[in-house]
Every structure is written in C-alpha cells, then in structure tokens.
Design a binder for this molecule. Structure first.
Ligand code: TXA
Ligand code: MG
Length: 320
C-alpha cells in the first residue's frame, strides 16, 4: 500500500521519486493527479497501466509557469490571453506541440497537440519546482471512475500502484480543469470546468462546444466519472431504495439517505462536494443515486456534464 504523507515535509522525497521514474499522487486545486515524469517514456507508460487507461487518451502535462509551458507548446494570441488571465488555475490549454518539446510522445498519445496546465495549488507548485521537469498527471482514479478529491480516494483506487500519495486535504474546486482547445481555427471547449464558458467567451469571443460526433478529447467518451450504482439526474420524485444528492433548501421527502451538495444552492460548494458524496453513497443497501436538478449555467455546466456521464448506462462489475 502506498505511503500517504502529509504534503509539507514530503515534497523533496516525492520529487526525488518522480526523478527516478516513480509515480506520485498529489493534490491540485481541481482533483488529485497521478503524476509521473512527462519526459520519461517508462513513467508515462506506468501511468497508463496504473489507471488501466486506453493509450489513445492523452494526458495533461503540468508545468510550473507560462515560461516552461512555452518550451512545450506554440502559443498564439488567444492562448497568451487565456494563460495571462487564468494561470495558475483550473484551465488546461490544448495547443500545437513544439517540435523540440521535452515531453514523451506517449503522453500526448501521438497527437501533434499537447494539453498543458499550470496548477495553482501550493503543493502542486512546490512539487513541480522541486522536480524541475514537466509532470504528466491524469486524475488519480482508475479509468472511467469518479475522480479523487481526497488522498484517501486515491489510496482506495490506486493504492498499490503509486509510490507515494501527498496529502494536501480535500481539493477546493472538486471538478477537473476546464479543457480549452486553441489549436484549431476557432476555440473549442472540450471539457467544462471551473473556468466557465461565460468567462472564456467574454475573453476570447465565441467558443465551439464539442458535444456530438467523435470525441476530440477522449475524456469525452460518453460513460465516465461513474460510480457503481446507477445515477439518475434531475430527479424530482422519490424512487424506493435510492439515496439522494440534494441541491437547494427543499429535498423531496422519503429517501433512504440524503446528502446536501449545497443547501444554499451554491454551485461552487456543490462542485467541491460532488465526487466525495457520490463515493459515499455508492454502496449497498442503496439501489441507485438520485441527484436533484442543477442549474445549467456557470459551474453548473461542469457539474451537469459530470453527472450526465455518470448516468450513462454501462457495464461495471457489481459490488462483490
Ligand atoms: O483537473 C485536471 O485537469 C486533472 C488534474 C490532475 O490536473 N487532470 C485530469 O486529467 O483531469 P485527465 O487525464 O483525467 O483528463 C485530461 C483530459 C482528457 O479528457 C483528455 O482526453 C484531454 O484532457 N486531453 C489531453 N490531451 C489532449 C490533447 N492533446 N487533445 C485533446 N484532448 C486532450
Ligand atoms: Mg480523469
């Protein structure tokens, strides 16, 4: 089982592990990442193996600042604007890869683009600085499952496959970063997140939504972020056996258990609670998880995106 270490004192040890090709889970402001040296093919291969992630689904490369990002990707003017405004922060940019980029081709799954992010979390920043290299890090969950927002979630999913888990407490945003593709003719939102569509549109003008057809971002595969139990979205009525995730002051009565995403109807609070609460309700004797309607604006777009994917019927082994 992996060593769960309080982040403060363990950064140097974690950085040394990364430098020797080992995997380290670490907190970011969005979710916990499963980090490996992005310049090392073996480390990148180990990330795909630990997550059981399809090799065609590329990873986000984390760097400490814009200067390091510019050694990996070609920045056009919208990319500069977005980086100046939102980095460090929960925004990932998909950009053309620099031919000289020091990043394993496996990390970007052979594409001529690369996804880059500068995380704001203090622990992530300290780790990137100490490691002195770009760190590839998908969310630290098994492929297709709910992303981890606490160190204990990482231990549950990947405990045997990671050398160390840096514990920085619960992650403040709670949903994965916004993924914005600026490599094509027009900006395209590949994954909604805490940097909202409204705010990006104000900065960059119209942004295409990639909702149909072949996913450009393989993380857009329909079923994703899935607990084992069936999830029912926009629920307003009671179904026997279900547990409820409530939003707003009034929950329909009679559910076996109710957890409040946010009693006051605050979207940021709901986002921060979502994944941990899905995990808590994902157990017998419940037969499903119902979720009350969430408004479709701002962060609500990202919450509903994750919920819709969690609600897609799928084949996951039942509880043992
Ligand atoms: O908040 C986050 O972004 C977290 C933390 C750890 O940084 N990371 C994360 O990584 O969510 P992951 O691997 O779970 O999601 C990365 C998403 C996937 O949907 C992937 O398909 C997409 O980014 N992606 C990565 N590289 C891409 C590329 N070159 N072109 C298009 N999509 C890309
Ligand atoms: Mg993920």
């Amino acid at each position: 089982m992996a060593d769960i270490a309080p982040a403060g004192a363990a950064i140097a040890r974690a950085a040394a592990l990364l430098q020797t090709g080992r995997l380290v889970a670490f907190p970011t402001e969005t979710v916990y990442g499963l980090g490996g040296d992005a310049t090392n093919d073996h480390a990148v291969t180990a990330i795909f193996a630990a997550k059981a992630r399809p090799r065609f689904n590329p990873l986000i490369v984390h760097v400490r600042d814009l200067a390091e990002a510019e050694t990996l990707a070609v920045f056009n003017s919208p990319a500069r604007h977005a980086a100046a405004r939102f980095w460090p922060g929960p925004l990932t940019l998909v950009l053309p890869r620099q031919p000289s980029a020091r990043v394993s081709l496996l990390a970007s799954a052979g594409l001529d683009t690369v996804a880059i992010r500068v995380p704001a979390h203090q622990v992530a920043q300290a780790l990137l600085r100490e490691a002195g290299r770009p760190v590839a890090a998908p969310s630290a969950n098994r492929s297709g499952r709910v992303s981890p927002t606490e160190a204990a979630h990482v231990a549950e999913d990947l405990g045997d496959d990671v050398a160390m888990i840096l514990d920085g407490g619960p992650t403040p945003v709670g949903l994965e970063s916004t993924v914005l593709d600026l490599s094509g003719e027009a900006p395209a939102l590949l994954r909604p997140g805490a940097v909202t569509l409204e705010v990006l549109t104000k900065l960059l003008g119209p942004i295409a939504l990639t909702s149909s057809g072949l996913p450009k971002s393989p993380g857009m595969l329909a079923s994703h972020y899935a607990p084992r139990l069936p999830v029912r979205v926009a629920a307003t009525d009671l179904r026997p056996g279900e547990a409820l995730l409530a939003f707003g002051p009034n929950a329909p009565p009679g559910f076996a258990e109710v957890l409040w995403l946010s009693r006051s109807g605050d979207l940021a609070e709901a986002a921060a609670n979502l994944f941990a609460m899905l995990r808590r309700l994902d157990r017998p004797p419940f037969t499903g998880i119902a979720v009350m309607p969430i408004p479709e604006h701002g962060l609500g777009l990202a919450i509903n995106d994750r919920l819709r994917r969690a609600a897609v019927p799928r084949q996951i082994p039942p509880f043992k």
